[in-house]
Write a protein that binds this ligand. Structure first.
Ligand SMILES: CC(C)(COP(=O)(O)OP(=O)(O)OC[C@H]1O[C@@H](n2cnc3c(N)ncnc32)[C@H](O)[C@@H]1OP(=O)(O)O)[C@@H](O)C(=O)NCCC(=O)NCCS
Length: 144
């Protein structure tokens, strides 16, 4: 497998992977423009592919930068290739970027997702405590 940076034209294959892994729900509002903007402003999208077919994406790791911290999300491996150590390889590469950026990195993971929690803890992530997560999805309804 190879791990390479996102390139123009990848998005359709990425969305297929996100659908297969449950990472790409429409309400999250992620699209090609968002991915490319996040890279322009200092983030990184890594994709994992088969060496024989670098257009077929079997893993993604998306690290965004808000000017202060890095956030790791949309981390997933194609179900057909899970359990082979590929997530460990991809996460190692993502954390290389974190180290180079010299910023702290956060992530959100559902408390029932044991595979992901074990993966992240094994890579050095520590549970931050009993925080809940809030979001405004429907910005049309913000009263100003
Ligand atoms: C989480 C995920 C990325 C793991 O990918 P993977 O390629 O199967 O993982 P690896 O084979 O590299 O395993 C790495 C570590 O993850 C953990 N892990 C992986 N599968 C596991 C399972 N079924 N049960 C418990 N721990 C598991 C283990 O700690 C494992 O290390 P070990 O083999 O030394 O014990 C994959 O299950 C996935 O894509 N899930 C759907 C998307 C998702 O939930 N992403 C996380 C969003 S926060």
């Amino acid at each position: 497998m190879i791990i390479r940076p996102y390139r123009k034209g990848d998005f359709a294959a990425i969305m297929n992977l996100w659908t297969a892994t449950g990472l790409g729900r429409p309400e999250r509002g992620d699209d090609e423009t968002t991915v490319e903007r996040s890279i322009e402003i200092g983030g990184e999208m890594l994709v994992m592919c088969d060496e024989s077919d670098s257009d077929r994406i079997i893993g993604t790791s998306w690290t965004t930068f808000d000017g202060r911290r890095l956030h790791l999300h949309h981390f997933g491996i194609d179900p057909l290739h899970q359990g082979k150590g590929l997530a460990k390889d991809l996460l190692r590469k993502a954390l290389k970027f974190v180290k180079e950026k010299r910023c702290q990195v956060k992530l959100e993971v559902h408390r029932s997702n044991r595979a992901a929690i074990n993966l992240y803890k094994g890579a050095g992530f520590e549970y931050l405590g009993d925080y809940d997560i809030y979001i405004i999805r429907d910005i049309q309804n913000i009263e100003v």
